[in-house]
Ligand binder design. Structure first.
Ligand SMILES: C[S@@+](CC[C@H](N)C(=O)[O-])C[C@H]1O[C@@H](n2cnc3c(N)ncnc32)[C@H](O)[C@@H]1O
Length: 171
């Protein structure tokens, strides 16, 4: 990522006291700075299917003394942390990885508050030095179509540096 994660998180509107869901969180590239941004009045829920990644995230959180993260080992398709409780449901570099992205997006719909936002950060569908094969990536249009099909309204589609795009959507 070109930009620092906290810069991206601030740009998408993450603030102190918010509830943030990091779905397909990996080892916490965004989870840790999100927990620092929302502070003790907020909460971060994170899920990943990779046990080693979740373990690493938990270690990083403990090292930093962060107690506002709930990290779960599991499938995004089977995860609704709580209903109508989230300010931001976030996917970073992962929507194309889910076996059933439509189901994952429907879960987001259940978790978001009416004032909340879904945010999808992903690789542009073009050759880049790093990142997944171009054939498995979703273009902005493909991702937006999936998000709309799950009942969201697209709010913005923007470039995030040379290699990424960010889609925000309202429930
Ligand atoms: C490329 S990594 C992105 C990690 C993180 N979001 C980031 O931007 O640094 C994709 C992650 O999605 C996880 N993943 C893939 N399919 C999943 C699923 N169905 N449920 C939960 N996690 C999944 C993988 O284990 C991996 O950690």
């Amino acid at each position: 990522m070109g930009r620092k994660p906290e810069v991206t998180l601030s740009a998408i509107g993450l603030r102190s006291g918010m509830v943030f869901m990091d779905i397909g969180c990996g080892d916490g590239f965004f989870t840790i700075p999100a927990a620092q941004l929302v502070g003790e009045a907020g909460r971060v829920y994170a899920v990943d299917a990779d046990a080693a990644a979740v373990e690493k995230l938990r270690d990083k959180a403990a090292e930093k003394g962060l107690t506002n993260i709930t990290a779960k080992l599991g499938l995004a398709e089977e995860t609704v942390f709580c209903e109508v409780c989230a300010d931001i449901v976030f996917y970073s570099r992962v929507l194309h990885d889910f076996k059933d992205p439509a189901r994952v997006l429907r879960n987001a719909k259940q978790m978001l508050k009416p004032t909340g936002r879904l945010v999808n950060l992903d690789w542009k569908k073009k050759p880049t030095m790093f990142g997944p094969p171009v054939r498995i990536r979703f273009s902005e249009e493909q991702a937006a179509d999936l998000i709309k099909a799950a009942g969201f309204t697209i709010e913005s589609v923007a470039s995030a540096g040379r290699n990424f795009y960010i889609i925000t959507a309202k429930p």
